[in-house]
Design a protein around this ligand. Structure first.
Ligand code: TXA
Ligand code: MG
Length: 312
């Protein structure tokens, strides 16, 4: 990635245009988070419902604190996990310049400091944060390469910044940090165990049925869906299916096979998940059969995405 491309992207973003950016989790479709018109373009490009708020990416804690209110717990989480794949949902500052469209009219704002060097270099040049949802059409699989992002939304963005295949491959962990405690809203590579061990905080789990729970509007939707029907925890593959295997012993009998990780490594499986689903999502197959993935560590986040991908 040349400096030139990053400078050009900075100009386009200042001008209210959209730019696809790499992050360590997935590629994002970015716009100036303080500009209503630019943020509107994101919702239009993705076909995203306007009630689903966006994550605002920041270069440092100072800008995060300019946008949202950081209590002691939020500082503790940021100290341990920023920059990196953890998003903190905090109360909006009353004078926060973040577009109310980006936060979908909520009194909270989702903030993340990415660690991908291209995202960091870009953010360092801007005087504003970047609202950036995953760079896919609403409800579809998140892109983990620049080519996948171009396939999804290339025609909607002024530029696509190259950043190589995403290191993590799953969207960030999302935690709400409010006066009444910390709630895990979306599973990711930063696990509940990691957060509790590093910070000493106790996390509650989001339940969509609890009226007092913080809202996680995006989590109520069908998500991450390939076009083909998906079966998970499969122990026998059908003839016409494509198999998404995990571990050294792929099931026999499928028409085609890709392995998330031959050596049974969950981080490798996470990094391969969306690219493999995309590759197997072809009309020549009757469906995609996914072998069981262990629930420990980042496996919980992998299984969360697989379950959502089954929803029709
Ligand atoms: O890894 C990621 O987080 C990627 C990269 C590009 O940073 N972004 C991403 O954005 O996954 P998106 O828009 O696909 O997912 C954002 C999630 C949604 O589930 C949304 O509902 C939730 O964060 N969210 C955003 N703002 C929120 C808020 N104020 N309160 C509760 N949930 C919020
Ligand atoms: Mg998304």
């Amino acid at each position: 990635m040349t400096d030139d491309a990053i400078s050009r992207a900075a100009l386009q973003l200042r001008d209210g245009q959209l730019v696809v950016i790499p992050t360590e989790t997935v590629y994002g479709l970015a716009a100036n988070a303080e500009n209503d018109r630019a943020v509107t373009r994101i919702f239009e490009a993705k076909g995203r419902p306007s009630f689903n708020p966006l994550i605002v990416h920041v270069p440092n804690v100072a800008m995060a604190e300019h946008y949202g209110i950081f209590n002691a717990e939020a500082h503790l989480m940021a100290d341990h996990f920023w920059p990196g794949p953890l998003t903190l949902v905090v109360k909006r500052r009353p004078d926060s310049p973040v577009s109310h469209l980006a936060t979908a009219g909520l009194d909270t704002v989702a903030l993340r400091m990415p660690r991908h060097p291209v995202a960091q270099a870009l953010l360092a040049r801007l005087e504003f944060g970047l609202a950036a949802p995953s760079a896919n059409r609403s409800g579809r699989i998140s892109p983990t390469t620049a080519d996948h992002a171009r396939d999804e939304l290339g025609d909607q963005a002024a530029a696509v910044l190259e950043g190589g295949p995403c290191e993590i491959g799953l969207e960030s962990t999302v935690c709400a940090v409010m006066e009444n405690g910390v709630t895990l809203l979306r599973l990711g590579s930063v696990t509940r165990e990691m957060i509790e061990a590093k910070t000493g905080l106790k996390l509650s789990l989001f339940s969509g049925h609890d009226d007092h729970a913080p809202r996680a509007p995006g989590m109520l939707l069908k998500h991450y869906a390939p076009r083909l029907k998906l079966r998970i925890n499969v122990t026998k593959a059908e003839e016409g299916e494509a198999l998404l295997a995990f571990g050294p012993k792929p099931l026999p009998g499928a028409k085609a096979m890709l392995n998330l990780s031959e050596r049974g490594d969950l981080s490798e499986a996470a990094a391969n998940l969306f690219a493999h689903l995309r590759a197997l999502d072809r009309e020549e197959f009757t469906g995609i059969a996914v072998m069981p993935v262990p629930e420990n560590g980042i496996g919980a986040a992998i299984n969360d995405r697989l379950r959502r991908a089954c929803e029709r």
